[in-house]
Design a protein around this ligand. Sequence first.
Ligand code: ADP
Ligand code: MG
Length: 251
Amino acid sequence: MRGLTHEFARADQAPLRVLEGLDFAVRPGEFTAIIGPSGSGKSTLFNLVAGLDRPTSGVIYVDGRAVTGHSEQVAYMPQKDLLFPWRTIEDNAALGLEVQGTAKRAARAAVRPLFPEFGLDGFERSYPAQLSGGMRQRAALLRTVAMQRSVLLLDEPFGALDSLTRTQMQLWLAQMWQRHSWTVLLVTHDIREAVFLADSVHVLTSRPGRLAARVVVDLPRPRTTQTFLQPEFARLEQQVLSALGTTSDVP
Ligand code: ADP
Ligand code: MG
């Protein structure tokens, strides 16, 4: 991202500036977390990276190509994930591929082998309401991953889960990322989650979102429950917290 600034037009008022002068780069295979106060433009940033909206100024490059419209290189799991309640898990999982133009039968065949890894084996024909929250999020992630795009955008994927499920999902995602070498941008409100999962944490200021800090997380991999106990882990959490703390005008 180069000099990325975004404003929303408003009636009878100056435009609302949401992102300002963002510059940062993510390497292929890197896990990057983005953390910032509510309203700092994190979801807006993802909409821009996915090409669903055009930045007011600045450029986003994915694999060296400027994003100018709906991006074919990016798979996006939005904050409010939509599993369709009337579709089975298998049909929900196949939806991303179907939208890309894959025939229904082929799309189902492509997603089916992923079910065991996503802990969804045997639930292919279940409906979303029959699954736990963690399983639903894994199904949504499966749909995103199945699209085989080079970059995954995950907007607070575990935000609505209880804390135990959330920790389990973090451990699981760390393993999956390591196995598949995905390039991930993850938006989260959770400092612990950001430090645990990421290679680098980008901290945004409150609106308009600017880059307050980039914290490099050099904790060893694989990350496990032991990772949470390392003194270095606490030090990094503190570093992110103080970067966030200096950004908010509200106590
Ligand atoms: P975050 O995800 O960091 O909580 P968002 O990117 O969702 O923040 O929103 C940033 C700001 O932009 C908020 O103040 C929000 O009200 C505003 N906003 C988001 N989308 C739109 C839109 N489509 N039109 C106008 N304002 C918007
Ligand atoms: Mg958001």
